[in-house]
Design a protein around this ligand. Sequence first.
Ligand code: GRF
Length: 215
Amino acid sequence: MLNVGVLASGSGSNFQAIIDEVAAGRLNCQIKLLIVDNPNAYAIERAKRHSIECLYINPDEFPTEDIFFIKVAMELRARDVELVVLAGFMRIVGKLLVDAFPGKIMNIHPALLPSFPGLYSQKQAIDYSVKISGCTVHFVDEGVDTGPVIIQAAVPVSPEDTEKTLSERILKLEHKILPEAIRLYAEGRLKIKGRVVKIEGCETRNECIINPPLR
Ligand code: GRF
């Protein structure tokens, strides 16, 4: 069974989506630890409700962000975490965490990367007046939302959309593709070669061009 560690900063609805898939028996992993960098993150309540160990690690207590991420890596390693999932985590993870978990950190981003990286992606999409946006699960490298793409899912954007309406529409799909990406990883079906993430058992390009069939 895959040991998963989750990092969150806020509401934790993506964290909840993972919890729900595990509880439903559709995701064969154990959530060993939630780490938050915000003591008011509602994700903490979600962890308590499901008896998942939660650690608040205050970045301000460390002289540098690198040392903060060393602490994060140590706590994850101490619980034998094999996959780190950034679920609404608002910091750019440093090289030290990436090096500690090479090819083992996933992030969910509320846009179709490489479009609209960074913060306020939904607002960026509205301001650009795109017709399609969506969300991306990708492996994390040292850049900002630049790692190899695992799964993407698209939503239409209308001129009447606001940042709120678009965020809500995208969030519903985030809650589907993040657990799906973790499931594929747990089943050993994700093979990374450079920028390319091949999904074994999803051979035809058409089938994978958007995302594998969501169960
Ligand atoms: C989500 O849109 C996620 O993609 C972004 O933060 C938002 C809130 O996520 N990184 P959550 O509800 O805290 O999971």
